[in-house]
Design a protein around this ligand. Structure first.
Ligand SMILES: NC(=O)C1=CN([C@@H]2O[C@H](COP(=O)(O)OP(=O)(O)OC[C@H]3O[C@@H](n4cnc5c(N)ncnc54)[C@H](O)[C@@H]3O)[C@@H](O)[C@H]2O)C=CC1
Ligand SMILES: NCC(=O)COP(=O)(O)O
Length: 334
Protein backbone atom coordinates (compact mmCIF):
# COMPACT_ATOMS: atom_id res chain seq x y z
CA UNK A 1 0.00 0.00 0.00
CA UNK A 2 1.31 3.45 -0.89
CA UNK A 3 1.98 5.99 1.82
CA UNK A 4 2.53 8.76 -0.66
CA UNK A 5 0.00 11.59 -0.60
CA UNK A 6 -2.54 11.48 -3.42
CA UNK A 7 -2.65 14.78 -5.28
CA UNK A 8 -5.35 15.73 -7.78
CA UNK A 9 -4.07 17.98 -10.57
CA UNK A 10 -6.40 19.94 -12.81
CA UNK A 11 -5.16 21.59 -16.02
CA UNK A 12 -6.80 24.97 -15.37
CA UNK A 13 -8.24 27.08 -18.17
CA UNK A 14 -7.61 25.26 -21.48
CA UNK A 15 -6.86 28.61 -23.14
CA UNK A 16 -3.88 29.35 -20.92
CA UNK A 17 -0.46 28.00 -19.94
CA UNK A 18 -1.90 25.61 -17.33
CA UNK A 19 -1.95 22.40 -19.44
CA UNK A 20 1.69 22.91 -20.45
CA UNK A 21 2.81 23.48 -16.84
CA UNK A 22 0.99 20.37 -15.59
CA UNK A 23 2.57 18.20 -18.29
CA UNK A 24 6.04 19.57 -17.56
CA UNK A 25 5.64 18.91 -13.84
CA UNK A 26 4.28 15.39 -14.25
CA UNK A 27 6.92 14.49 -16.83
CA UNK A 28 9.55 15.00 -14.13
CA UNK A 29 9.95 11.53 -12.53
CA UNK A 30 10.55 13.23 -9.15
CA UNK A 31 6.85 14.19 -9.08
CA UNK A 32 5.63 10.59 -8.97
CA UNK A 33 8.35 9.69 -6.50
CA UNK A 34 6.78 12.02 -3.95
CA UNK A 35 3.07 11.71 -4.72
CA UNK A 36 0.42 9.55 -6.28
CA UNK A 37 -0.75 11.79 -9.09
CA UNK A 38 -4.38 11.90 -10.17
CA UNK A 39 -4.90 13.97 -13.32
CA UNK A 40 -8.43 15.25 -13.74
CA UNK A 41 -9.55 16.09 -17.29
CA UNK A 42 -9.76 13.79 -20.29
CA UNK A 43 -7.39 11.97 -22.64
CA UNK A 44 -7.47 14.70 -25.28
CA UNK A 45 -6.57 17.32 -22.71
CA UNK A 46 -3.70 15.21 -21.46
CA UNK A 47 -2.26 14.50 -24.92
CA UNK A 48 -2.69 18.16 -25.95
CA UNK A 49 -0.92 19.24 -22.75
CA UNK A 50 2.01 16.93 -23.50
CA UNK A 51 2.19 18.34 -27.04
CA UNK A 52 2.11 21.92 -25.67
CA UNK A 53 4.98 21.09 -23.35
CA UNK A 54 6.93 18.91 -25.77
CA UNK A 55 7.06 16.03 -23.28
CA UNK A 56 5.68 12.51 -23.03
CA UNK A 57 5.05 10.30 -20.02
CA UNK A 58 3.31 7.05 -19.27
CA UNK A 59 -0.08 7.22 -17.59
CA UNK A 60 -2.82 4.84 -16.61
CA UNK A 61 -6.50 4.61 -15.76
CA UNK A 62 -5.79 2.16 -12.95
CA UNK A 63 -5.02 3.45 -9.50
CA UNK A 64 -2.01 2.25 -7.63
CA UNK A 65 0.31 1.04 -10.42
CA UNK A 66 2.74 3.90 -9.78
CA UNK A 67 1.96 5.81 -12.96
CA UNK A 68 -0.05 9.05 -12.99
CA UNK A 69 -3.73 8.17 -13.19
CA UNK A 70 -6.26 9.94 -15.41
CA UNK A 71 -9.79 10.51 -14.09
CA UNK A 72 -12.43 11.89 -16.48
CA UNK A 73 -13.97 15.17 -15.43
CA UNK A 74 -17.34 14.45 -17.09
CA UNK A 75 -17.14 17.84 -18.83
CA UNK A 76 -18.35 18.87 -22.25
CA UNK A 77 -15.66 19.34 -24.91
CA UNK A 78 -16.66 21.61 -27.87
CA UNK A 79 -16.53 19.86 -31.27
CA UNK A 80 -13.82 22.16 -32.58
CA UNK A 81 -11.76 22.07 -29.39
CA UNK A 82 -11.12 24.97 -27.05
CA UNK A 83 -10.08 28.45 -28.12
CA UNK A 84 -6.60 29.40 -26.93
CA UNK A 85 -5.40 32.73 -25.49
CA UNK A 86 -8.92 33.98 -24.78
CA UNK A 87 -11.52 33.69 -22.05
CA UNK A 88 -14.49 31.61 -23.15
CA UNK A 89 -17.61 30.13 -21.62
CA UNK A 90 -16.61 26.63 -22.83
CA UNK A 91 -13.17 26.92 -21.26
CA UNK A 92 -14.61 28.13 -17.98
CA UNK A 93 -17.15 25.32 -17.93
CA UNK A 94 -14.45 22.75 -18.59
CA UNK A 95 -12.14 24.12 -15.89
CA UNK A 96 -15.03 24.06 -13.41
CA UNK A 97 -15.94 20.47 -14.36
CA UNK A 98 -12.38 19.38 -13.54
CA UNK A 99 -12.34 21.24 -10.25
CA UNK A 100 -15.75 19.90 -9.28
CA UNK A 101 -14.52 16.35 -9.94
CA UNK A 102 -11.34 17.00 -7.94
CA UNK A 103 -13.37 18.32 -5.00
CA UNK A 104 -15.63 15.24 -5.22
CA UNK A 105 -12.55 13.00 -5.14
CA UNK A 106 -11.41 14.75 -1.98
CA UNK A 107 -14.84 14.34 -0.39
CA UNK A 108 -14.75 10.63 -1.26
CA UNK A 109 -11.31 10.41 0.40
CA UNK A 110 -9.70 9.45 -2.91
CA UNK A 111 -7.22 12.37 -2.90
CA UNK A 112 -5.54 14.30 -0.10
CA UNK A 113 -4.93 17.66 -1.77
CA UNK A 114 -5.62 19.50 -5.01
CA UNK A 115 -3.43 21.65 -7.25
CA UNK A 116 -5.19 23.61 -9.95
CA UNK A 117 -3.30 25.18 -12.83
CA UNK A 118 -4.24 28.79 -13.53
CA UNK A 119 -7.89 29.57 -14.06
CA UNK A 120 -9.27 32.60 -15.80
CA UNK A 121 -11.88 34.39 -13.73
CA UNK A 122 -13.51 35.91 -16.81
CA UNK A 123 -14.01 32.39 -18.26
CA UNK A 124 -15.46 31.22 -14.94
CA UNK A 125 -17.92 34.11 -14.90
CA UNK A 126 -18.86 33.51 -18.56
CA UNK A 127 -19.51 29.90 -17.54
CA UNK A 128 -21.98 31.03 -14.91
CA UNK A 129 -19.94 31.16 -11.72
CA UNK A 130 -21.81 33.65 -9.55
CA UNK A 131 -19.24 33.82 -6.77
CA UNK A 132 -16.52 36.50 -7.06
CA UNK A 133 -13.75 33.94 -7.26
CA UNK A 134 -13.04 30.23 -7.24
CA UNK A 135 -12.26 30.21 -3.50
CA UNK A 136 -15.86 31.15 -2.70
CA UNK A 137 -17.06 28.70 -5.34
CA UNK A 138 -15.09 25.91 -3.60
CA UNK A 139 -17.07 26.68 -0.42
CA UNK A 140 -20.31 26.30 -2.36
CA UNK A 141 -19.27 23.02 -4.01
CA UNK A 142 -17.82 21.48 -0.84
CA UNK A 143 -20.91 22.58 1.10
CA UNK A 144 -19.45 21.41 4.41
CA UNK A 145 -19.45 24.71 6.26
CA UNK A 146 -15.72 25.39 5.76
CA UNK A 147 -14.69 28.87 4.60
CA UNK A 148 -11.77 29.74 2.33
CA UNK A 149 -9.29 32.55 2.45
CA UNK A 150 -6.32 33.05 0.13
CA UNK A 151 -2.91 32.67 1.69
CA UNK A 152 0.05 33.67 -0.42
CA UNK A 153 3.02 31.50 0.29
CA UNK A 154 6.71 32.13 -0.35
CA UNK A 155 9.36 29.84 1.14
CA UNK A 156 10.08 32.31 4.01
CA UNK A 157 6.94 34.40 4.18
CA UNK A 158 3.18 33.91 4.13
CA UNK A 159 0.61 36.64 3.65
CA UNK A 160 -3.10 36.53 4.41
CA UNK A 161 -5.68 39.06 3.28
CA UNK A 162 -8.50 40.81 5.04
CA UNK A 163 -10.24 41.56 1.72
CA UNK A 164 -9.55 39.95 -1.64
CA UNK A 165 -11.35 39.87 -4.98
CA UNK A 166 -13.47 42.98 -4.78
CA UNK A 167 -13.42 46.50 -6.18
CA UNK A 168 -10.98 48.83 -4.47
CA UNK A 169 -13.99 51.08 -3.83
CA UNK A 170 -15.41 48.43 -1.50
CA UNK A 171 -12.25 47.71 0.46
CA UNK A 172 -12.61 50.33 3.20
CA UNK A 173 -16.14 49.21 4.12
CA UNK A 174 -15.24 45.51 4.09
CA UNK A 175 -12.42 45.81 6.63
CA UNK A 176 -13.84 45.02 10.06
CA UNK A 177 -12.37 44.35 13.49
CA UNK A 178 -13.72 40.77 13.45
CA UNK A 179 -12.24 40.02 10.05
CA UNK A 180 -8.80 41.38 10.97
CA UNK A 181 -8.81 39.19 14.09
CA UNK A 182 -10.06 36.11 12.19
CA UNK A 183 -7.48 36.40 9.42
CA UNK A 184 -4.70 37.08 11.94
CA UNK A 185 -5.60 33.86 13.77
CA UNK A 186 -5.71 31.90 10.52
CA UNK A 187 -2.31 33.24 9.50
CA UNK A 188 -0.84 32.23 12.87
CA UNK A 189 -2.29 28.74 12.51
CA UNK A 190 -0.89 28.24 9.02
CA UNK A 191 2.54 29.48 10.09
CA UNK A 192 2.47 27.09 13.04
CA UNK A 193 1.51 24.26 10.71
CA UNK A 194 4.64 25.18 8.72
CA UNK A 195 6.66 24.57 11.88
CA UNK A 196 7.05 28.08 13.31
CA UNK A 197 5.97 27.82 16.94
CA UNK A 198 5.71 31.57 17.67
CA UNK A 199 5.28 33.26 14.31
CA UNK A 200 5.83 37.01 14.11
CA UNK A 201 3.04 38.68 12.18
CA UNK A 202 3.23 42.21 10.83
CA UNK A 203 -0.12 43.85 10.13
CA UNK A 204 -0.46 46.38 7.30
CA UNK A 205 -2.13 49.72 7.65
CA UNK A 206 -4.71 50.71 5.07
CA UNK A 207 -3.95 54.39 4.62
CA UNK A 208 -0.78 56.25 3.61
CA UNK A 209 1.69 56.45 6.51
CA UNK A 210 -0.67 54.34 8.60
CA UNK A 211 -3.20 57.17 8.55
CA UNK A 212 -0.77 59.86 9.85
CA UNK A 213 -2.47 60.02 13.23
CA UNK A 214 -5.96 60.07 11.73
CA UNK A 215 -5.29 62.81 9.17
CA UNK A 216 -5.43 60.40 6.22
CA UNK A 217 -8.13 58.08 7.51
CA UNK A 218 -9.20 56.45 10.77
CA UNK A 219 -9.15 52.72 9.94
CA UNK A 220 -5.87 52.30 11.81
CA UNK A 221 -7.14 53.98 15.00
CA UNK A 222 -10.67 52.59 15.02
CA UNK A 223 -10.30 49.10 13.56
CA UNK A 224 -6.80 47.79 12.92
CA UNK A 225 -5.01 48.83 16.15
CA UNK A 226 -7.78 47.41 18.38
CA UNK A 227 -7.78 44.20 16.33
CA UNK A 228 -3.99 43.86 16.66
CA UNK A 229 -4.37 44.38 20.42
CA UNK A 230 -6.99 41.63 20.51
CA UNK A 231 -4.69 39.29 18.56
CA UNK A 232 -1.93 40.02 21.09
CA UNK A 233 -4.37 39.28 23.96
CA UNK A 234 -5.04 35.91 22.27
CA UNK A 235 -1.35 35.11 22.24
CA UNK A 236 -0.53 36.05 18.64
CA UNK A 237 2.80 37.85 18.18
CA UNK A 238 1.11 40.42 15.97
CA UNK A 239 2.33 44.00 15.68
CA UNK A 240 1.27 47.00 13.63
CA UNK A 241 -0.41 48.50 11.79
CA UNK A 242 2.69 49.42 9.81
CA UNK A 243 2.78 51.69 6.74
CA UNK A 244 2.35 49.30 3.86
CA UNK A 245 4.96 50.93 1.63
CA UNK A 246 7.76 49.70 3.92
CA UNK A 247 6.41 46.67 5.80
CA UNK A 248 7.60 44.29 3.09
CA UNK A 249 11.15 45.69 3.25
CA UNK A 250 11.18 44.59 6.88
CA UNK A 251 9.58 41.26 5.98
CA UNK A 252 12.22 40.72 3.29
CA UNK A 253 14.91 41.32 5.89
CA UNK A 254 13.42 38.71 8.21
CA UNK A 255 11.41 40.81 10.69
CA UNK A 256 8.19 38.82 10.12
CA UNK A 257 7.13 35.27 9.32
CA UNK A 258 3.77 36.47 8.08
CA UNK A 259 2.16 39.69 6.92
CA UNK A 260 -1.55 40.43 7.14
CA UNK A 261 -2.60 42.69 4.28
CA UNK A 262 -5.77 44.71 3.90
CA UNK A 263 -6.40 44.16 0.18
CA UNK A 264 -5.26 42.08 -2.79
CA UNK A 265 -2.61 44.22 -4.50
CA UNK A 266 -1.13 45.49 -1.22
CA UNK A 267 0.24 42.02 -0.70
CA UNK A 268 0.48 40.60 -4.19
CA UNK A 269 2.66 43.36 -5.66
CA UNK A 270 5.17 42.74 -2.89
CA UNK A 271 4.94 38.96 -3.00
CA UNK A 272 5.38 38.84 -6.77
CA UNK A 273 8.37 41.20 -6.60
CA UNK A 274 9.90 39.09 -3.84
CA UNK A 275 9.39 35.77 -5.61
CA UNK A 276 7.29 35.58 -8.77
CA UNK A 277 8.76 32.18 -9.62
CA UNK A 278 8.02 30.78 -6.15
CA UNK A 279 4.64 32.28 -5.23
CA UNK A 280 1.85 29.89 -4.29
CA UNK A 281 -1.74 30.68 -3.44
CA UNK A 282 -3.26 28.36 -0.87
CA UNK A 283 -6.98 28.21 -0.12
CA UNK A 284 -6.76 28.15 3.65
CA UNK A 285 -9.64 27.17 5.88
CA UNK A 286 -11.25 24.54 3.62
CA UNK A 287 -11.64 20.87 4.47
CA UNK A 288 -9.16 20.09 1.68
CA UNK A 289 -5.86 21.79 0.91
CA UNK A 290 -6.05 23.52 -2.48
CA UNK A 291 -2.94 25.10 -4.02
CA UNK A 292 -2.25 27.02 -7.21
CA UNK A 293 0.59 29.13 -8.56
CA UNK A 294 0.36 32.84 -7.79
CA UNK A 295 0.46 33.72 -11.49
CA UNK A 296 -2.43 33.46 -13.90
CA UNK A 297 -3.22 32.10 -17.35
CA UNK A 298 -0.59 34.21 -19.18
CA UNK A 299 -2.32 34.05 -22.56
CA UNK A 300 0.65 35.91 -24.07
CA UNK A 301 2.92 32.92 -23.34
CA UNK A 302 0.71 30.13 -24.68
CA UNK A 303 2.55 28.09 -27.30
CA UNK A 304 5.93 29.70 -26.57
CA UNK A 305 7.17 27.09 -24.06
CA UNK A 306 8.78 29.99 -22.21
CA UNK A 307 6.59 30.08 -19.08
CA UNK A 308 8.50 29.67 -15.84
CA UNK A 309 7.54 26.45 -14.06
CA UNK A 310 8.82 27.57 -10.65
CA UNK A 311 5.58 28.77 -9.07
CA UNK A 312 3.66 25.70 -10.26
CA UNK A 313 6.43 23.46 -8.93
CA UNK A 314 6.20 25.17 -5.53
CA UNK A 315 2.40 24.75 -5.56
CA UNK A 316 2.86 21.04 -6.24
CA UNK A 317 5.45 20.70 -3.47
CA UNK A 318 3.25 22.52 -0.96
CA UNK A 319 0.33 20.23 -1.85
CA UNK A 320 2.58 17.21 -1.29
CA UNK A 321 3.64 18.59 2.11
CA UNK A 322 0.04 19.26 3.16
CA UNK A 323 -1.12 15.93 1.75
CA UNK A 324 1.57 14.12 3.71
CA UNK A 325 0.04 15.41 6.96
CA UNK A 326 -3.29 13.79 5.94
CA UNK A 327 -4.81 16.65 7.93
CA UNK A 328 -6.03 19.63 5.94
CA UNK A 329 -7.65 20.78 9.18
CA UNK A 330 -4.26 22.22 10.14
CA UNK A 331 -5.45 25.14 8.09
CA UNK A 332 -8.72 25.65 9.98
CA UNK A 333 -9.32 28.47 12.41
CA UNK A 334 -10.23 26.86 15.73
N1 LIG B 1 -3.60 30.49 -10.09
C1 LIG B 1 -4.62 31.09 -10.67
O1 LIG B 1 -5.63 30.47 -10.97
C2 LIG B 1 -4.53 32.55 -10.97
C3 LIG B 1 -5.36 33.04 -11.91
N2 LIG B 1 -5.29 34.36 -12.27
C4 LIG B 1 -6.15 34.76 -13.37
O2 LIG B 1 -5.37 34.79 -14.56
C5 LIG B 1 -5.95 35.70 -15.49
C6 LIG B 1 -4.89 36.58 -16.10
O3 LIG B 1 -4.36 37.40 -15.06
P1 LIG B 1 -3.20 38.45 -15.22
O4 LIG B 1 -3.43 39.49 -14.23
O5 LIG B 1 -3.04 38.83 -16.65
O6 LIG B 1 -1.89 37.69 -14.71
P2 LIG B 1 -0.95 36.60 -15.37
O7 LIG B 1 -0.14 36.07 -14.23
O8 LIG B 1 -1.66 35.64 -16.20
O9 LIG B 1 0.03 37.44 -16.36
C7 LIG B 1 0.69 38.61 -15.91
C8 LIG B 1 2.09 38.68 -16.55
O10 LIG B 1 2.92 37.69 -15.97
C9 LIG B 1 3.48 36.85 -16.96
N3 LIG B 1 3.49 35.48 -16.46
C10 LIG B 1 2.47 34.81 -15.88
N4 LIG B 1 2.83 33.56 -15.57
C11 LIG B 1 4.11 33.42 -15.95
C12 LIG B 1 5.05 32.34 -15.91
N5 LIG B 1 4.74 31.13 -15.39
N6 LIG B 1 6.29 32.56 -16.40
C13 LIG B 1 6.62 33.76 -16.91
N7 LIG B 1 5.79 34.82 -16.98
C14 LIG B 1 4.55 34.65 -16.51
C15 LIG B 1 2.56 36.97 -18.17
O11 LIG B 1 3.24 36.68 -19.35
C16 LIG B 1 2.09 38.42 -18.05
O12 LIG B 1 3.03 39.26 -18.64
C17 LIG B 1 -7.03 36.45 -14.72
O13 LIG B 1 -8.29 35.92 -15.07
C18 LIG B 1 -6.72 36.15 -13.25
O14 LIG B 1 -7.86 36.17 -12.45
C19 LIG B 1 -4.40 35.22 -11.68
C20 LIG B 1 -3.57 34.77 -10.71
C21 LIG B 1 -3.59 33.41 -10.25
N1 LIG C 1 -7.07 31.58 -9.07
C1 LIG C 1 -6.33 31.80 -7.88
C2 LIG C 1 -6.14 33.21 -7.73
O1 LIG C 1 -6.75 34.00 -8.37
C3 LIG C 1 -5.14 33.58 -6.78
O2 LIG C 1 -4.49 34.69 -7.22
P1 LIG C 1 -4.95 36.10 -6.74
O3 LIG C 1 -5.90 36.67 -7.74
O4 LIG C 1 -5.59 35.94 -5.43
O5 LIG C 1 -3.67 36.84 -6.72
Amino acid sequence: MTTKPRIALTFGDPAGIGPELVARQVADPESSRHAEIVLVGDETELTDAMADAGVEFDWSRDHGDGRPTLVDNGGERPAGGFARREATEAGGRWAMASLRRALELSKEGAVDTIVFAPLNKSSLHLAGMTENDEMSWFETVLDDGTRATELNVLPDLITARVTSHCSIAEVADLITYDLVVERGLLLQQVLRARGIEHPRIGVCALNPHAGEGGRFGRHEIEIIEPAVAELARRGVAATGPYPSDTIFLRARDGAFDGVLTMYHDQGQIAVKLLGFDRGVTLAGGLSVGVCTPAHGTAFDLVGTRSANLGAYQHAFELAVAIGATRDPAVFHVT
